[in-house]
Design a protein around this ligand. Structure first.
Ligand SMILES: C[S@@+](CC[C@H](N)C(=O)[O-])C[C@H]1O[C@@H](n2cnc3c(N)ncnc32)[C@H](O)[C@@H]1O
Length: 216
């Protein structure tokens, strides 16, 4: 997104509460990538509209986006998966400080292994972890997402790199670009879903999993 438009959007968005603002400042000081404010604002609207009770997040980091979800929906329960042990400790501390630890469970481990081991149904899945793995996680995400569920995936434009053809991307990004394109192709053409790709955050793919009957 054009820098001028990006900073204008950031300026007009409402302030966050002090607890969330502190997490965002910590993330910025420690170079931890967290959900951009425009994406967090969209996430809140989708949460109010969809009202999920059970949410699965892939990629906790320090717990910013999980805190946004838990604060927005005071009755929701969130399972959030994180591979980095230091992040797991920091996120658990942050949830405790914000009084959200009773409703957010941090599952330490690799998303692929953890998702394969889960069997409960979620009303919403938010994927915000290793972009190169989204394609490999897709089948498990659909297995865990019930009909009427919402799938949201950040980083689908990956700082503007995904529109490049894999062969034109810098060598170190070729696999990520190819995998993300495979993932988007699956998600956008899956007849079980109604899908879109939005220029919000770092590229937010969103899909509603249709119910059994037409119109559900
Ligand atoms: C973009 S950050 C998540 C930001 C967070 N959702 C937020 O907005 O506050 C991505 C996180 O995914 C984690 N991650 C990367 N690969 C993973 C994997 N295979 N399994 C679980 N977590 C992973 C990283 O350690 C990192 O903390």
């Amino acid at each position: 997104m054009d820098d001028r438009i990006f900073s204008f959007i950031n300026d007009v968005l409402p302030e966050e509460d002090s607890g969330l603002e502190a997490l965002r400042e910590y993330a910025s000081e420690h170079n931890v990538p967290v959900l951009r404010r425009d994406a967090a604002a969209l996430l809140r609207i989708l949460l109010f509209l969809h009202k999920p009770s059970e949410i699965l997040e892939i990629g906790t980091a320090i717990g910013y986006s999980a805190s946004v979800m838990a604060e927005t929906l005071p009755h929701a329960h969130i399972d959030t998966v994180e591979i980095d042990t230091d992040m797991v400790i920091t996120a658990r501390n942050n949830f405790r400080k914000l009084g959200l630890d009773g409703r957010i469970r941090v599952i330490a481990g690799d998303a692929g292994e953890v998702m394969a081991s889960l069997s409960r149904r979620y009303d919403m899945i938010f994927m915000d972890a290793a972009k190169g793995q989204y394609a490999a996680l897709y089948d498990d995400a659909l297995r865990l997402l019930g009909p009427g569920g919402l799938l949201l995936c950040d980083n689908c434009i990956f700082y503007g790199k995904i529109p490049d053809k894999p062969e034109d991307a810098p060598h170190k990004h070729r696999t990520i670009v190819a995998n993300m394109r495979t993932f988007l192709n699956k998600m956008m053409n899956d007849e079980r879903l109604v899908s879109s790709l939005l220029n919000v955050g770092d590229g937010m793919a969103a899909a509603y999993r249709k119910g059994e009957n037409a119109g559900d």
